[in-house]
Design a protein around this ligand. Structure first.
Ligand code: SAM
Length: 475
């Protein structure tokens, strides 16, 4: 029985409710009056239910679809301004005992080189990341209680936060590791993680069990209830996502929103972020073998529909996607992107193609292979403010406190100057000359847009101090 307030996976992601939502959406996809009504509700910025959002996703009317896209663009600007937050993944270990059929780290893969970084190797990776300009990481590991126990992750977090190379620092480490216990989530919280990210892969229980035939990840309920345990363990910010291509996208979309509604209903705070990965080629994985691949048109529509359905949830897109696809996605709702990513273990200090006798430990092929400086320059050219801001989490603006500020539309007050100041740091410390010139011009323009006179004055003072070598100012 469907119950968003239940903490049982099969009740808050009730299969019957998903199927009846899809039926409702399908029978109303050309009900233009209803579509208009839903769009009117979306404009209020209070979000949509999974049923309403599914009608928009199913809608086939060209004119209405254009309205969905325009509204998504408008809401993206209203809620997130022109800021784009940057991060990089850091793969600590690819040892894994699961059997995920779409992932080359699956335990039966005997030819992929297995690697687990030592703390010394992690240090080198972090220095390489800091030297690019990164301040925010997503920590990734395979699931292996012997090789990658929680103690290893905690020790690695300590190492990561302790390194200060030149003006560099990792100020926020998000963590994407397998579902674990309340006690371990509490330890991660104490270690100072930002968001706990876990992709559901697929919400369809039957497919989930087939796609995860062996290992602890086979347990659908344990995986699906992970965010509940994370919140019970005191983690305020959780990040959801599905791996598009595994199951029907309409099923995933409805269930993803049901998951968000469940978190809101039980813990009073929805997901901090939603990621939209699509399955990619990797070692022994051929994405063509999965029947539910989605093209760029459907992909961008999903992004637009998520944007208007959960306006306060940040959206993440990785380098799995191409430059052109990322450009469209940014307009429609994405607020965070990775840059210059390596999905191999140790790939930053020793890039894959520069290593002699290179042994590929990558999790998947990336499409956008530009350097961080190229990505920053491109964002500036497109009119965005690349942001390395980590202030909310460090100022305790997390979980329901963060959402409350967002809902009062107060977040711009902090985010905009913080974004400008962290961009200024990047320009001083890491940018190539053309990026520096374009970036400085942008900083000057953006600072004038700050409405609060006192904050504007302070920001100007801080910007000058950054030029003179001081770092880490924030509101
Ligand atoms: N091992 C952890 C777990 O089980 O949740 C998470 C870390 S895993 C390194 C990060 C994510 O990469 C997975 O959750 C999956 O969605 C994604 N992934 C795995 N194989 C992929 C592929 N072939 N293409 C694209 N993404 C993939």
């Amino acid at each position: 029985m469907y119950n968003p307030k239940s903490t049982k996976a099969e009740e808050f992601i009730d299969n019957e409710e998903v199927l009846s939502t899809l039926e409702y959406a399908n029978s109303n996809k050309n009900n233009l009056e209803l579509v208009d009504k839903i769009l009117e509700k979306a404009k209020l910025g209070k979000g949509l239910t999974h049923r309403e959002a599914s009608v928009l996703l199913a809608c086939e009317d060209e004119g209405k679809n254009q309205k969905i896209f325009s509204l998504a663009k408008k809401m993206k600007l209203e809620y997130y301004g022109n800021r784009i937050v940057l991060f990089a993944p850091l793969y600590l270990s690819n040892y894994c005992i699961n059997g995920c059929v779409y992932c080359p780290y699956h335990a039966k893969n005997k030819h992929i080189p297995r690697k687990k970084m030592t703390q010394e190797e992690i240090k080198k990776e972090v220095i390489a990341l800091q030297d690019m300009g990164h301040k925010r990481l997503a920590i990734e590991t395979g699931e292996d209680p012997v090789n990658n126990p929680i103690e290893y992750v905690l020790e690695s977090l300590k190492t990561i936060y302790s390194i200060h190379h030149k003006n560099g620092a990792i100020r926020r480490a998000n963590v994407n590791i397998a579902a674990t216990t309340v006690e371990n989530y509490r330890k991660l919280k104490e270690a100072g993680i930002g968001t706990y990210i876990l992709f559901q892969e697929t919400y369809n229980k039957k497919s989930y069990e087939e796609l995860h035939p062996t290992g602890p990840k086979h347990n659908y309920a344990y995986h699906t209830e992970a965010m509940d345990r994370a919140m019970q363990g005191g983690i305020d910010d959780v990040g959801l996502g599905v791996l598009f291509g595994l199951e029907s996208y309409k099923y995933e979309f409805a269930a993803l929103l049901m998951h968000a509604e469940h978190l809101e209903a039980v813990y009073g705070v929805g997901p901090h972020t939603i990621s939209v990965p699509r399955i990619k080629h990797a070692d022994d994985i051929n994405p063509e073998e999965f029947d539910n691949g989605i093209d760029d048109d459907i992909f961008t529509k999903i992004i637009a529909c998520i944007r208007i359905s959960v306006p306060y949830t940040g959206m993440i897109i990785s380098t799995r996607e191409s430059k052109e696809c990322r450009r469209k996605a940014l307009e429609l709702g994405i607020s965070q992107i990775s840059g210059a990513s390596r999905t191999s273990v140790g790939g930053y200090a020793q890039p894959e193609n520069e290593e002699e006798n290179f042994e590929d430990t990558s999790q998947f092929d990336v499409s956008d292979r530009r350097t961080l400086d190229e990505v920053i320059n491109w964002l500036i050219e497109l009119g965005y403010v690349p942001s390395f801001c980590t202030a909310c989490y460090r100022e305790g603006r997390v979980g329901d406190r963060f959402m409350a500020i967002c809902k009062e539309q107060q977040i711009h007050k902090f985010c905009h100057p913080n974004a400008i100041m962290t961009l200024q740091e990047y320009l001083e410390d890491y940018a190539k000359e053309p990026t520096k010139i374009a970036g400085k011009k942008l900083v000057q323009q953006e600072v004038e847009k700050i409405q609060d006179g006192k904050i504007k004055q302070l920001t100007k003072e801080y910007l000058e101090k950054i030029e003179h070598g001081e770092r880490d100012f924030r509101f």
